[in-house]
Design a protein around this ligand. Sequence first.
Ligand code: 8YV
Length: 323
Amino acid sequence: MARPVVLMPGPMNKSVLTGAEEHFDVIRLWEADDPDTVLAERAKEIAAIATGGTTIDGAYLDRLPAVRLVASFGVGYDQIDAAAAAERGVIVTNTPGVLDNEVADTALGLLLMTVRELPQAERYLRAGSWNERPYPLTSATLHGRSMGILGLGRIGEAIADRVQPFGVSVAYHNRRRKNVNYHYYPTLVEMAAAVDILMIVIPGGDETRHLVNAEVLEALGPNGILINVARGSVVDEAALVEALRSRTILSAGLDVFENEPAVHPGLLEVDNAVLLPHVGSASIPTRNAMGELVVENLVSWFQYGVPVTPVQESAELVRKLRD
Ligand code: 8YV
């Protein structure tokens, strides 16, 4: 029997490619001289897409009418229009759970780096300045701070578990209150005003675009620290640069950016920002686990007709399949 055809628009973690090629006929679109011709010629055969970063919207899916599943690498899937997919009967899956600890560890590391200016101190040592005088005392300390988590999901909870033993209290803001013991703030501004660390873990996309704006930064205040391990689009980066320059907030630790890999030049100039190149989940074991979950979704779909980890927008389609 012919193997199902899976389209891979761009290169992905090796674990996805190796796993997918064991079961499927994989089209490596990025290797094609003329991708549009390949898509047109094989449109009727392509039954699923495995992707990690390519924008997939309604128009893209309209070119591939036989596709029923889009298996996405990563927990965030803002590059995929999952609602447009659902309208077309296409299920989208992501890779939740397997990266929670890695991203939470990165968030904690970034927080410590930012509060205690550790990268700045290391640069100081490498520049030979220690011979002249010790690195200046940092104005901030971690113990006794309060953290407001914007987007308390699985990763947010893993961060909350980690920071409490460091003497940091936890509150959160989500659209809806959850059944947890942390203090809930119905508005983001209210939370920002009450805490001195704002931790962003909320998904990206239109709904959360520029949620953290000048008003929120103003509320966070001059002792406030912003950490973002979610999506750059959640923060109004121009407002953040201004807030860092004017010391409206104390500092920021960022793993994600609005137009990554391009970084706002203002962020590169200020001395009170710690910047990482989107490495939240970027260890070989975690990326392999994410890749394996992409393959599991594809295999489960073709073998049993149901995916393992569908996204919220696909829930209705999956429910119908199970009925
Ligand atoms: C990856 C991420 O950087 O899972 C996510 O949403 O942001 C990261 O784990 C991304 O998936 C890389 O493709």
